[in-house]
Write a protein that binds this ligand. Structure first.
Ligand code: SF4
Length: 192
């Protein structure tokens, strides 16, 4: 899951699955194997996920750091805040990747923000158009119980809405399950 979270940057999960299948087929789907794997070998296997030169370096750096830190059993001992800082200190791991790893692999209550979530929130004016990652995360965190299962499901549902209805151009509002929460021009006029 952690490997997938890094590989999914700037690509689709379908492409990540191909890269993961290659790693599995070559017995490289573990941090201990990746940490000693030659970069060229890694690049060949993760090629379907795109940006494979950059990702292979980052993946290897993560694998080395992970094994040096004692693996998941040692990292699990860290507080959520320290664990987040640990991942964010690694090259190529930003807030979305770090929070995805903490939520899905470590079951920590961190709400993951992605482009779909930001778009939906901004279109509904739940967040200002200038809102950044932290502001969006705070918006959800302060209104929901700190429950990793809930955050997981909630985020997955937002992703589905984003993929199926809230497209960057021509959103399918009329068919969208969140249409009743939309502030359209008619509603605004009614409120004035
Ligand atoms: S109703 Fe659905 S498609 Fe329309 S803006 Fe809201 S989330 Fe996007």
């Amino acid at each position: 899951m952690i490997i997938g979270a890094l590989l999914t940057q700037n690509t689709t999960w379908k492409n990540v699955e191909k890269a993961l299948a290659n790693l599995r087929l070559n017995n490289q789907l573990s941090f201990s194997a990746i940490s000693v794997s030659p970069l060229q070998e890694l690049q060949k296997q993760i090629k379907p996920s795109g940006y494979f030169r950059q990702k292979s370096e980052r993946l290897k750096a993560l694998a080395i750091a992970f094994t040096d830190a004692g693996g998941i059993s040692q990292l699990e001992q860290k507080t959520t805040s320290d664990l987040r800082k640990w991942f964010l200190a690694l090259k190529g791991i930003g807030p979305e990747t770090a929070d995805s790893i903490l939520l899905y692999a470590f079951k920590r209550p961190l709400f993951v923000i992605d482009a779909y979530t930001l778009r939906i929130c901004k279109r509904h004016e739940w967040l200002p158009i200038t809102a950044n990652y932290n502001e969006a995360q705070n918006y959800f965190t302060r209104q929901l119980p700190a429950d990793p299962t809930l955050f997981n499901e909630y985020h997955a549902l937002l992703v589905q809405i984003g993929k199926n209805f809230c497209r960057p151009k021509s959103p399918l509002c009329e068919k969208c399950p969140l249409n009743h929460l939309r502030i359209d021009s008619t509603t605004k006029e009614d409120q004035q």
